[in-house]
Design a protein. Structure first.
Length: 558
């Protein structure tokens, strides 16, 4: 039986499984009855809190729809990379249990001790959570009880030693990418991509994208049609002038089953490997977005490290002109400027602009500007300053969208005073901002209640925005996407710099950040664990999922 056209596929999938799991024979239910039940379930999920609740008998059906946990074979219930899907939207499309009514009941389900910081957004698929830690290990744990399934040492898997550029062990800081029986992971220097078996973590292939120790993979990859796409980044900019720079950012396509490099596209002209040419434009945030109809990959880049002398001279001459051919923008003055990278890849969505439908790519810059560009030609559809920029943002690591609004963090790393919408209050803390996806107009902005900056990416599920704070006690927040009001909070005990994923009625995240830029932030605190916060579900339904995973491996002493 096909679902009604108005019913989201993910909700149909879950509700149909609820009926099956309760031993109800679908043949004894006609389509009208099923549709009425599902219609009522949707209406209940959207019901204002002031509305009279349904009768007790009807409530039973609705509670089953809300609280029972189906064995999700639906692919859209998984979180497969940093952006969550091909479009990099950080939107939990297959999640139906988390919403503004139920999120208040989130409770800590389990924590997994890794012993070191965890800053990557966890991947989730088929009842397993995958994530790396800054201790140099890659983990797979049971999504429902936190039991270890396997762990692998990345130094042993890759044969690489720690570069010492950031840490002295081989690590990944990226969300693993899930596809079929493989897990694909980027290494944070040198730039190596590995694929391991999801079942046991054993190495399937390893491909070096660049042997230089300062070239690394910061972002997550995206899989499409038997290929893996990932950006290449660098820390070469930190070298002294006599050594900087020759690195050019790139996007690489690898064969999914073998790791063979199919192509590598640089973001800058060739510099011949010599100093003094174009260098920089690292591709380091989020995960590439793929438009399957246009057969295009969308990424955004970081700043230039260097440019040819003749180009710099031309720029200087223009800056010195009395009447400049192109007026300076007040947010982009002449001379040395902010390190205004795009620290995230674009999100793909379709909006209404001037009465017509337009496919756009949207990204938020470390400058604080949110951009919506036409996917065909790059024309600016809208542009708005979401909040103040800074050396660390502005927006970075990942905005989110549900198609109606664009949500972003504003780290406000330079602690500038700015006005919130619509309250007209001012703050020097970080904030989270919602913009109208069609126009870019700011709908609301909410200051970080911990009065700290807000570097962590955001994630959206069913009118709830999830994010964290770098404050020393590690608060995480659930925010109403309609109003910007905070619905729920929890202190994890250590700085939250990474992202949150959602699946199976749970949210997953790690804490702690004491590497890289953390050296400039003495209040940021070390973490040790991955956490799962869940809506309560019946144990019988959960056991059906656990039975598919086999016997969990006992938790080791780490």
């Amino acid at each position: 039986m096909a679902p009604p056209r108005w019913l989201p596929h993910s909700l149909w999938c879950h509700l149909k499984k609820i009926l099956l799991d309760s031993q109800t024979q679908l043949s004894s239910w006609n389509s009208v009855t099923l549709t009425l039940i599902m219609t009522a379930s949707v209406c209940f999920l959207a019901m204002p809190r002031t509305q009279t609740p349904p009768s007790n008998g009807f409530r039973v059906i609705l509670l089953v729809a809300m609280c029972s946990f189906a064995t999700t074979d639906c692919a859209d219930a998984a979180w497969i990379n940093h952006g969550g899907d091909l479009t990099n939207r950080r939107y939990a499309a297959g999640e139906i249990l988390l919403n503004p009514l139920t999120v208040r009941n989130l409770a800590l389900r389990w924590s997994f001790f890794a012993g070191k910081d965890i800053s990557a957004t966890p991947a989730v698929a088929n009842g397993v959570v995958y994530f790396p830690s800054w201790n140099g290990y890659l983990y797979a744990v049971n999504a429902f009880n936190g039991a270890l399934i396997w762990r692998q040492n990345l130094s042993e898997l890759t044969g690489q030693s720690g570069t010492g550029v950031v840490v002295n062990v081989t690590v990944s800081r990226s969300t693993p990418t899930v596809d079929g029986d493989l897990l694909i992971v980027g290494i944070y220097g040198p730039a190596v991509v590995i694929a391991v078996a999801r079942s046991n973590g054993r190495l399937v292939w390893s491909t070096t994208l660049d042997p230089c120790p300062r070239v690394l993979i910061t972002g997550s990859g995206t899989v499409h049609m038997g290929a893996y796409y990932v950006g290449v980044s660098s820390l070469e900019e930190g070298l002294p002038p006599e050594q900087c720079c020759t690195f050019r950012g790139s996007v690489v396509k690898l064969a999914l089953r073998t790791g063979a490099m199919l192509w590598k596209t640089y973001m800058l002209p060739d510099n011949g490997g010599r100093l003094g040419g174009y260098a920089g434009a690292a591709v380091w945030g989020s995960s590439p977005a793929i438009d399957t109809n246009r057969r295009l990959v969308y990424v955004a880049t970081g700043n230039l490290y260097t440019a040819p002398a003749e180009v710099l001279k031309c720029q200087e001459e223009q800056n010195n002109q009395t009447a400049k051919p192109i007026p300076n923008n007040t947010d982009c003055p002449p001379g040395p400027n902010l390190d205004a990278d795009f620290g995230e890849a674009p999100m793909l969505l379709t909006i209404r602009s001037n009465g017509t439908s337009r496919d756009v790519a949207v990204a938020v810059q470390k400058s604080g500007f949110a951009w919506a560009l036409d996917r065909d030609n790059g024309d600016i559809v809208w542009l708005n300053l979401a909040g103040p920029g800074g050396k660390e943002g502005g927006g970075l690591w990942g905005a989110a969208t549900d198609g109606r609004r664009v949500y972003t963090n504003i780290a406000n790393s330079d602690r500038k005073s700015f006005m919130l919408t619509p309250s007209n209050q001012t703050t020097t803390a970080g904030a989270w901002v919602a913009l109208d996806a069609n126009t870019g107009e700011i709908i609301w902005s909410t200051a970080n209640p911990s009065n700290d900056t807000a570097q962590a990416p955001v994630m959206v599920a069913n009118n709830v925005l999830f994010t964290g704070s770098v404050a020393s006690n590690g608060p995480i927040y659930a925010i109403d996407t309609n109003t910007g009001n905070i619905l729920w909070t929890y202190n994890t005990g250590a700085t939250v710099y990474g992202g949150i994923s959602a699946s199976y009625g749970c949210i997953y995240l790690g804490n702690g950040y004491t590497v890289g830029l953390a050296k400039f932030h003495p209040t940021w605190t070390p973490g040790t664990s991955l956490y799962a916060f869940c809506i309560q579900v019946p144990k019988a339904s959960e056991d059906k999922v656990l039975s598919k995973l086999g016997t969990p491996i006992p938790h080791p002493d780490l």
